[in-house]
Design a protein around this ligand. Structure first.
Ligand code: ARG
Length: 460
């Protein structure tokens, strides 16, 4: 005899270790509240449509509601021999209200049930992730506002290229996180769909009301095809893809924060509350949290690759492989949620060493484009200007000085177009301020981006 809920056609039972291999309760209990919410909606619908007695439906709902409270109080004990969250709940309900609990699974399968739980879980967490992202975006806008006129070296190839506004830098990431946020919003469209009522794969002979259960669970739509409803994991793949792109953005930013607090740069100092020390080297203050976000990016990519691989050859409809869809999703939800908070916290509490940043734009040739542009704006073909400035840079490198140190007499020899005002043009502050083309790093442009961002954030 086999004691399982599905034991009828079996003569023997699974050995414990085999049972453990097949069970998901150790992790799918994260969906407990969503599972109960889905069951309550289903039970209501069964009563409303007369598929089961109103009285039975009410008894079941009451039992489920009690289980919900007991779960929230940490009182429910799950058992591996009941395999997953769905069967554990059914067993607990049976213990509570007796055999009438057996009516709950009418016109339902664990296949549409688990899909429903996943949709509910992700819907809930997509909202939380968006809120966290909004906070991060707000932090970036407020930092940008504070640092419109803070000058830092802008890089290409990790070489000093042209000076930029630190506010401009922050707003670049603001734009990336805004797109990330939009991707999650779009993801919601494919998550906010109810699979409940697809049953095992083919629908059911019972006169169920899928609109009603969808409404009760706050889903905006229902799947139109039952095979699709129980087999689709696109909404999770989209989430993992979006999360991967988000992590990539956060990782890039963290990489820069790590470089910026190196001895070589010293552009920023991270707060003690987000840094750690070394067990051997007493002087160390390490940007561990930024490094961890960079590292955790690998986990999230892994979760995406894992699910893509799980899905790639699955015939329709449900296959047990699909049980492997959960841990990656949970892991990614938890990883991105805490990473967003940590990044926001790190940014909010760090100190920007403005003089260091500015100084580093003065001990370089990042104003070379200014000189070339100066000549070009006075009518010299840009190519010729480029050539003149290039050879002057070489001359300075040999002499151990910078463009701003070159005397006016030498400038006059190079080109009679050069006047005394060149020394102002060569200043980093001036260089940044004057880069006022739309979307550029000029102060006015950065302010414009900030204004747009504030409007975006207030709309939500
Ligand atoms: N624990 C299972 C999962 O996570 C639930 C669905 C089981 N369905 C089935 N036909 N075995 O996928």
């Amino acid at each position: 005899k086999n004691e399982k809920l599905w034991g009828g056609r079996f003569e023997q039972s699974l050995e414990r270790w085999v049972e453990e291999f097949g069970a998901s309760i150790t992790f799918d209990q994260k969906m407990a509240e969503f599972d109960l919410k889905g069951s309550i909606a289903h039970a209501k619908m069964l009563g409303e449509t007369g598929i089961i007695d109103k009285q039975d439906s009410e008894t079941i709902i009451k039992g489920l509601e009690e289980l919900l409270i007991e779960y929230q109080q940490g009182k429910l004990v799950f058992d591996v021999s009941n395999e997953d969250i769905h069967m554990n709940m059914e067993v607990l309900l049976t213990e509570k209200i007796g055999s009438v609990a057996g009516k709950l699974h009418t016109a339902r399968s664990r296949n549409d049930q688990v899909a429903t739980d996943m949709h509910l879980y992700l819907k809930y967490h997509l909202n939380l992730v968006s809120q966290k992202l909004n906070h991060l975006r707000e932090v970036l806008v407020s930092l940008a506002t504070k640092h419109i006129e803070t000058i830092m070296p802008g890089y290409t190839h990790l070489q000093h290229a042209q000076p930029i506004s630190l506010g401009h830098y922050f707003m670049a990431y603001y734009s990336m996180f805004t797109r990330d946020s939009e991707r999650f919003t779009f993801n919601m469209k494919h998550t906010d769909i109810s699979p409940l009522g697809a049953a095992a794969l083919a629908g059911t002979t019972f006169p169920i009301d899928r609109e009603l259960t969808a409404n009760l669970m706050d889903f905006s739509e229902i799947y139109t095809n039952s095979l699709d409803a129980v087999s689709d994991r696109d909404f999770i793949l989209e989430f993992l893809s979006n999360a991967s792109i988000l992590m990539m953005h956060m990782s890039r930013m963290c990489e820069e924060l790590i470089l910026w607090c190196s001895n070589e740069c010293q552009y920023i100092t991270l707060s003690d509350t987000f840094s750690t020390g070394s067990s051997i080297m007493p002087q160390k203050k390490n940007p561990d949290m930024a490094e961890l976000i960079r590292g955790k990016t690998g986990r999230v990519y892994g979760d995406l690759m894992s699910l893509l691989t799980i899905m790639k050859s699955l015939p329709l409809a449900y296959n047990k492989d699909l049980q492997e869809d959960k841990e990656g999703m949970f892991d990614t939800v938890e990883t991105i949620s805490v990473s967003i908070d940590i990044l926001a916290g790190m940014l909010e509490t760090m100190t920007v060493n403005e003089e260091k940043m500015l100084y580093s734009t003065e001990k370089d040739f990042s104003n070379a484009t200014e000189l070339a542009d100066y000549l070009a704006s006075k009518g010299l073909p840009f190519r010729q200007a480029h050539e003149i400035v290039g050879s002057l840079v070489l001359e300075c490198t040999v002499a151990g000085c910078y463009l701003q140190d070159v005397p006016l007499t030498r400038y006059k020899e190079l080109s009679p177009l050069i006047e005394e005002d060149i020394y102002d043009v060569l200043q980093s502050q001036t260089a940044v301020k004057r880069r006022n083309s739309f979307g550029g790093t000029g102060f006015e442009q950065v302010l414009h981006q900030i204004d747009l961002a504030k409007k975006e954030l207030s709309v939500g």
